[in-house]
Ligand binder design. Structure first.
Ligand SMILES: *Cc1c(COP(=O)(O)O)cnc(C)c1O
Length: 228
């Protein structure tokens, strides 16, 4: 039998609670972003009615349509690759962007935000496993890039780093990746103390991510159900 949204949300909330207890962290440190890409507005509205108010979208056009159709106090996170011709939509509709990965995008977004008269919470996406298929800065570039964003783009409120580790790696490789993530996060924090956020953990690994210090979980199908 398929579980409904209420049950799935209950399960995930319980697991978050248990992981927080294990990690001796407060649940208030953790933001749950429901990844709603390719889900209909009706699903978002049902989740919102349960008290979820952070949603993540991967496609700028879809973000624009949904943010116009959904309750206005939803906090939208843009988590997909950023195309430069869609930056105005992101500037207009998102409160957070997790996928800043190059100077050109940062500049354009900063300019678009200037026009909107707003600021955005920003995370740098890091390609921690150096995968060709994924976007993100290389780990050794992350700290210089962060310094440059802070120096040049005042409409981006830099909050920290975002990672999308390989999901089908061996256990040992995953542990190694986790260690690299934690080390990088630590060195960034020592240079830029305001970078306290870590966007890490999806349906597959969010409990482990909480133990490793994640502050933002991006959970899609295991919360909202299968994407169409
Ligand atoms: C789709 C997506 C997720 C959610 O994935 P699920 O497997 O549905 O939990 C998280 N992060 C990013 C960047 C995504 O694109």
């Amino acid at each position: 039998m398929h579980k409904g949204l209420v049950d799935r949300f209950g399960d995930i909330s319980n697991k978050i609670q248990v992981a927080c207890q294990q990690a001796q962290r407060s649940e208030e440190e953790i933001k749950l972003v429901a990844v709603s890409k390719l889900q209909p507005v009706s699903v978002i509205e049902k989740a919102y009615a349960l008290g979820i108010n952070n949603f993540g979208e991967n496609y700028a056009q879809e973000l624009a349509e949904k943010s116009s159709a959904c309750p206005s106090d939803i906090i939208w996170h843009f988590i997909g690759p950023i195309q430069s011709n869609k930056i105005n939509l992101i500037a207009k509709h998102a409160s957070w962007v997790h996928s800043i990965d190059r100077e050109k995008v940062a500049k354009k977004l900063n300019d678009a935000l200037e026009v909107e008269g707003k600021k955005i919470h920003a995370l740098i996406q890091v390609n921690i496993d150096r995968e060709e298929s994924k976007s993100g800065v290389l780990p050794e570039q992350a700290i210089d890039f962060a310094s440059s964003l802070i120096a040049h783009y005042p409409n981006l409120i830099l909050e920290g780093l975002m990672f999308m580790p390989k999901i089908n790696a061996s256990k040992k490789a995953k542990m190694n990746t986790m260690k690299k993530i934690i080390d990088l996060q630590k060195s960034l924090l020592s240079k830029i103390p305001s970078c306290t956020h870590l966007s890490l953990g999806t349906s597959n690994d969010f409990e482990e991510s909480i133990l490793k210090g994640s502050t933002i979980l991006r959970i899609g199908e295991s919360l909202l159900g299968k994407r169409s």
